[in-house]
Design a protein around this ligand. Structure first.
Ligand code: SAM
Ligand code: SF4
Length: 461
C-alpha cells in the first residue's frame, strides 16, 4: 500500500494542459497521491506549463519563486515538498529550468508524464531528474484511467485529447517543437475513454488536439479514420448529449467533417477556426498555407452544411512586417465573418522559430494599439451575436451552481454561459431556457418549460 500524499497541480495555457493535468492526477492516484487545491498542503506541486508566448514562460518562473518559499517553510517543519515542472516549457527548456530554479526537483516533458510515479520515487532518493525524450511507448496506453469519483468531481463537461503535435510549422509557433509530430489516438482507445466518462455522468465531450481536424487514427476495423468518422462513432455512445472539437486548422476542414455538422445532432454548432490574419501577405509569411479566400470558402461550406453555425477564431497582430494595410485586411475579415468570439494576441517572438529571426519586427506600441482596435471589433461582433438571442429559446446544458443561491450556470449550443434559476437536480441535463437578458459575458434566462426537461434528458440518456 502506497503512503498517502497530496499533489497540487497548476495548469497554464490551453485545454490540452487541463486534460494532461487530469491525467497526471489519475496516474498518481495509484501511487497514493490525492489532489489538493492548496499549494501549502502539498507534498508534490506540479506546474503544467505553457511556452506559446514569452509571458506564459515568465509567469512560470515567478510561480516557482512563490512555491520555493512554501517549500522552504515545509522543509523547516521536517516535511519535504517536491516541485515538478511539466508541459511545453519543460519540453522546450529541459535542464535549463533546474539551472535557473534550483528548487525544482523534476522536469517532465509533455510526452513523458506517464512516467511520473517512477520519476517521483527516484527523486525522493535525492536525484534531480529531467525527462524530455519523445518516448517510443504509447503514453495514453500507459496512463491510469480516471477514477469515477475524480470524473464526477471534474463536472459534466470533459476534454478528451484525440490528437497531439503538429506538422504544420507556422513560422511563429513553438508547438511542433514542444509537442512533436502529429500523432492520433486509435478510435477504440478514445471510445473506451468516452464511455467511461459518460458512465460516470459526463454529458458533453470536447475532443481536443493542437490540430484536431488533422486527426487520422485507426478505426475499430483497422481502416484509417478522419475526425468526421470519429465524431459519428462517438455520437453513438449511449448517454452522450453534446460533442465539440477544438482546435482546427482551415486546411484540414475536409468534406466528411463539414458534412458531419449537417448530420449529427450531438455535434454543437460552434466551430473554433483560427485564421491568425486577414492579409494574404501575412498568411504566406506565417506559412499558414491558406489564403484569406480559402478561409472564407471553408466558412461558406460549413454554413451551407448547417446555417446556424457560429465561429470563433485566433488572431495575431504585429507579426513581423505587418503594415497598417495588412491589419486593415484583418479588421475587414472580422467584419466579413462576424465572429461570435475570438482570441487575439500580440505577436511574441519565440526562440528557435523562423519568425523570431525575421527583420521588420513591429514596434511594441503599434502591436498594443492594433490589439486594442482588433479587440474592440471582436467585442462589437460578440455583443451583436449575443444580443440576437434576447427573447429566444435555447437548449442549455446545466453544468454547476451559479453565483446566486438557487442559480445554475450552463452552456448554450454556441458555448455562451447562461445563468438560470433552476433546481440543483437539473445539473447534467438539457433545459430549454428563454433568454431574458443579455449581459456582457453571459446570458440570463428562465426555464421555459420544466416539464420538457426530463424527456430531453431521457432522450439523451
Ligand atoms: N493549432 C492552432 C492553429 O493552427 O491555429 C493553434 C494552436 S496555438 C496553441 C493557439 C494560438 O496561439 C494560435 O492560434 C495563435 O493565435 C497563438 N500563438 C501561437 N504562437 C504565437 C506567438 N508566437 N505569438 C503570439 N501568439 C501566438
Ligand atoms: Fe502552431 Fe497551429 Fe501552426 Fe501547428 S498549425 S504550427 S499548432 S499555429
Amino acid at each position: 500500500m502506497s503512503k498517502p500524499r497530496k499533489v497540487h497541480i497548476k495548469s497554464f495555457g490551453c485545454q490540452m494542459n487541463v486534460y494532461d493535468s487530469h491525467r497526471m492526477a489519475d496516474t498518481l492516484a495509484p501511487a497514493g497521491f490525492s489532489e489538493t487545491a492548496n499549494t501549502e498542503d502539498a507534498d508534490l506541486v506540479i506546474l503544467n506549463t505553457c511556452h506559446i508566448r514569452e509571458k506564459a514562460a515568465e509567469k512560470v518562473y515567478s510561480e516557482i519563486g512563490r512555491i520555493r518559499v512554501l517549500k522552504d517553510a515545509a522543509a523547516a517543519q521536517g516535511r519535504p515538498m517536491m516541485i515538478a515542472v511539466a508541459g511545453c516549457m519543460a519540453q522546450a527548456e529541459g535542464k535549463e529550468i533546474i539551472r535557473r530554479a534550483a528548487s525544482v526537483d523534476l522536469v517532465v516533458g509533455s510526452q513523458n508524464y506517464h512516467r511520473l510515479p517512477d520519476m517521483i520515487a527516484r527523486a525522493e532518493r535525492g536525484a534531480k531528474l529531467v525527462d524530455t525524450e519523445f518516448p517510443v511507448e504509447d503514453k495514453f496506453a500507459a496512463l491510469s484511467a480516471p477514477r469515477r469519483a475524480a470524473i464526477r468531481q471534474r463536472g459534466i463537461s470533459s476534454f478528451v485529447t484525440v490528437q497531439e503535435g503538429c506538422d504544420k510549422f507556422c513560422t511563429f509557433c513553438v508547438v511542433p517543437y514542444t509537442r512533436g509530430a502529429e500523432v492520433s489516438r486509435p478510435v477504440k482507445q478514445i471510445v473506451a475513454e468516452v464511455e467511461r466518462l459518460v458512465n460516470a455522468g459526463v454529458r458533453e465531450v470536447t475532443l481536443i488536439g493542437q490540430n484536431v481536424n488533422a486527426y487520422h487514427g485507426q478505426s475499430e476495423d483497422g481502416a484509417p479514420a478522419t475526425l468526421g468518422k470519429l465524431l459519428r462513432r462517438l455520437s453513438a455512445v449511449p448517454g452522450i448529449i453534446r460533442l465539440r472539437y477544438t482546435t482546427s486548422h482551415p486546411r484540414d476542414m475536409d468534406h466528411d467533417l463539414i458534412r458531419a455538422h449537417g448530420e449529427l445532432e450531438a455535434l454543437m454548432p460552434y466551430v473554433h477556426l483560427p485564421v491568425q490574419s486577414g492579409s494574404d501577405r501575412m498568411l504566406a509569411a506565417m506559412n499558414r498555407r491558406h489564403t484569406r479566400d480559402d478561409y472564407l470558402a471553408v466558412i461558406d461550406r460549413l454554413r451551407a452544411a448547417r446555417s446556424d453555425l457560429a465561429f470563433s477564431s485566433d488572431f495575431i497582430v504585429g507579426f513581423p512586417g505587418e503594415t497598417e494595410e495588412d491589419f486593415q485586411d484583418t479588421l475587414a475579415l472580422v467584419d466579413e465573418v462576424g465572429f461570435a468570439g475570438a482570441y487575439s494576441f500580440m505577436y511574441s517572438a519565440r526562440p528557435g522559430t523562423p519568425a523570431a529571426e525575421m527583420g521588420d519586427q513591429v514596434a511594441p506600441e503599434s502591436k498594443a494599439e492594433r490589439l486594442q482596435r482588433l479587440q474592440a471589433a471582436i467585442t462589437r461582433h460578440q455583443r451583436a451575436f449575443n444580443a440576437a438571442f434576447a427573447g429566444r429559446d435555447l437548449d442549455v446544458l446545466l453544468e454547476k451552481p451559479g453565483k446566486l443561491p438557487g442559480q445554475l450556470v450552463g452552456r448554450s449550443p454556441y458555448l455562451q454561459a447562461v445563468q438560470v434559476m433552476a433546481p440543483h437536480s437539473l445539473i447534467g441535463q438539457i433545459a430549454p431556457v428563454t433568454v431574458t437578458e443579455v449581459g456582457s459575458n453571459s446570458l440570463f434566462g428562465a426555464l421555459t418549460d420544466e416539464t420538457r426537461v426530463p424527456q430531453l434528458a431521457a432522450a439523451g440518456a
